[in-house]
Design a protein around this ligand. Structure first.
Ligand code: MN
Length: 229
């Protein structure tokens, strides 16, 4: 078969400590999964059922990259998130069995054109312009779950130009990692290669051209990106 142009190369993320790569199939993101962040966005911090949105797989950006400052926004925001990498197919997964579907974990930044997201919310329109743009999903190398003792009590934080902007612990998640996988797998057949951005803690805020951003979770390699001046 001949293509009329070269097909996209499968987007990938490096697996920590190896020369092997994790092929990315889809990127799912969960909204409002830390109570303090739900409040700062004007939401109800109680356990509303989790909701999801997506980004294209080729929105992933590896650590060390320079990201072109996104188009048509005057309010680009950082959202640091624990990323769960799925390694095993499943649907209607029980929370008690969810861990078996996890290949590993990474640190991600859900870059958000907040002004466009806000406009979409007000108009009842899709979030794609606010969330699913080019280079909107920086992701660190993936650490295999087998090499991690305890992710649930890990600290998560983000710096902009060496100043801490977001800080919390994974234990603050409204919906746990297992519950997120269970809920997502009711709506979608989860497949190896899927990445799940599990939500951001409070402290989201604006970024400027030239900013240097790092995202951290204890026990994982950090994500480190710079916006073009
Ligand atoms: Mn987010």
């Amino acid at each position: 078969m001949a293509y009329v142009f070269d097909p996209i190369e499968t987007p990938t993320v490096t697996v920590a400590g190896t020369d092997r790569r994790f092929p990315v199939r889809r990127i799912f993101c969960i909204g409002r999964n830390y109570a303090e962040h739900a409040r700062e966005m004007g939401g109800d911090p109680d356990r509303e059922p989790p909701f999801f949105f997506t980004k294209p797989a080729d929105a992933v950006v590896e650590s060390g990259a320079e990201i072109r400052f996104p188009k048509i926004t005057k309010d680009l925001h950082h959202e640091v998130e624990l990323v769960v990498a799925i390694g095993k197919k499943g649907e209607n997964i029980l929370a008690s069995a969810a861990k078996k579907h996890i290949f590993g974990y990474a640190v991600g930044i859900d870059l958000t054109r907040r002004d466009l997201q806000k406009f979409a919310k007000e108009k009842g329109r899709p979030w794609d312009s606010g969330k699913a743009f080019d280079q909107s999903a920086p992701c660190s190398v993936i650490t295999p779950a087998s090499e991690l003792a305890d992710i649930e009590s890990a600290k998560i934080w983000l710096t902009v130009n060496d100043e801490i902007r977001q800080s919390a612990t994974i234990a603050d998640l409204v919906w746990s990692i297992e519950e997120v996988i269970a809920a997502l797998s009711e709506a979608f057949i989860l497949m190896p290669g899927d990445l799940i951005y599990t939500g951001t803690p409070a402290g989201v805020g604006p970024l400027s051209p030239g900013d240097h951003i790092t995202g951290h979770v204890d026990g994982l390699a950090p994500i480190d990106v710079t916006l073009t001046p």
